[in-house]
Design a protein around this ligand. Structure first.
Ligand code: MTE
Ligand code: MO
Length: 201
């Protein structure tokens, strides 16, 4: 049984059990982006939920910001081996997005799409029950552009490549379809506690 360290928020002295195997702690916040950083103006920003090819609901920035907001404090783990503790995010939980779209569980898998043509796949169960959000703020401030602003997916219990920056759509798929890094040798699921870094881990 692995101790995942959900306790001890605010008592950053006790870090035992919070660093997954093969990871080390950082205090800074590294930027990792596969290509150029997109510039998405709030006036042009849109977020879409699709079932297969079919758009079910589209929000503009002000509509999306009117959805219920939730604040979380989470540890994040990048596959390049850094982990950062107690990161503070505010955004809209995926279940609150789906409720506003009038969707329950159309399929079991989701592909997140980004403005830079990045994508990543996550099983729906890993996006529900307060596990994931479309984050709008980091540490009380709008998310900076290099970290995925105006809005990024946050799925902190999986390796951080699953937290798609500049997210523009969640697409329900019938099968678990590999995204950008999953097609390039990274694990289809990416659990840091089981060290699922590469395809065959
Ligand atoms: N759209 C998009 N999202 C992305 C990436 C990317 O290149 N494009 N990189 C991923 C990777 S590999 C990591 S580790 C995290 C890094 O997020 P950060 O730059 O805020 O640390 O974003 C993930 N999300
Ligand atoms: Mo990464």
């Amino acid at each position: 049984m692995v101790t995942r360290g959900f306790t001890g928020r605010g008592s950053s002295g006790d870090q035992s059990g919070r660093i997954p195997p093969g990871q080390h702690l950082v205090e800074n916040f590294p930027v990792l982006t596969a290509g150029p950083t997109p510039n998405v103006e709030l006036a042009d920003w849109k977020f879409t939920v699709k079932v297969g090819p079919k758009p079910v609901k589209v929000w503009n920035w002000s509509e999306f910001n009117a959805l219920p907001k939730t604040k979380v404090t989470k540890d994040i783990h990048c596959v390049t081996s850094w982990s950062k503790l107690d990161t503070i995010w505010e955004g809209v939980l995926i279940e609150d997005i789906l409720a506003d779209a009038g969707l329950d569980r159309p399929t079991d898998f989701v592909l997140a799409h980004s403005y830079d043509d990045y994508s990543t796949n996550v099983p729906l169960a890993d996006l529900l029950s307060g596990k994931a959000m479309v984050a709008l703020k980091f540490a009380g401030q709008p998310i900076t552009r290099d970290h995925g602003g105006p809005a990024r997916l946050l799925v902190p219990h999986l390796y951080f490549w699953k937290s798609a920056k500049w997210v523009k759509a969640l697409q329900f798929t019938t099968r678990d379809e590999a995204g950008f890094w999953e097609l390039r040798g990274y694990h289809i699921y990416g659990d840091p506690w089981r060290e699922q870094r590469y395809t065959d881990d």
